[in-house]
Design a protein. Structure first.
Length: 117
């Protein structure tokens, strides 16, 4: 007797084995001694002349905030699809979620988290 969870467990195990199997075979069959040219950075077909340096931490901070708020907004899509079956309770929960996201957004904006100048 196979339940729904057993099928899910088999799916996860197979996906795990395929992912690690492909990584292992790629590592096994791939080149072992890449040259100096392969270790250089490649940017749009233009060979770099000198090391540019690192990005500022501010850039990564803005990128992380963008990802966090982007995921928060994307989580509203399933809510919008099922809004007809959620009724008033689902609407109120979504409004609470939006208020929390808006407060977090306002806090980060007030602290200057979106500026990297």
């Amino acid at each position: 007797m196979i339940t729904d969870y057993t099928a899910l467990l088999i799916y996860v195990i197979v996906a795990f084995l395929i992912a690690f199997g492909m990584s292992y075979v790629s590592n096994l069959l791939g080149p072992k001694a890449p040259g100096g040219l392969k270790r250089t950075t490649y940017e749009s077909g233009i060979m770099p002349e000198a090391p540019v340096g690192y990005f500022s931490v501010r850039f990564y901070r803005v990128a992380m905030f963008f990802m966090i708020f982007d995921v928060a907004v994307m989580s509203l899509y399933p809510w919008a699809i099922t809004l007809g079956t959620l009724h008033q309770a689902g609407f109120v929960k979504a409004l609470v979620f939006l208020v929390i996201v808006a407060l977090a957004f306002a806090y980060v904006w007030n602290k200057g988290g979106f500026q990297w100048d």
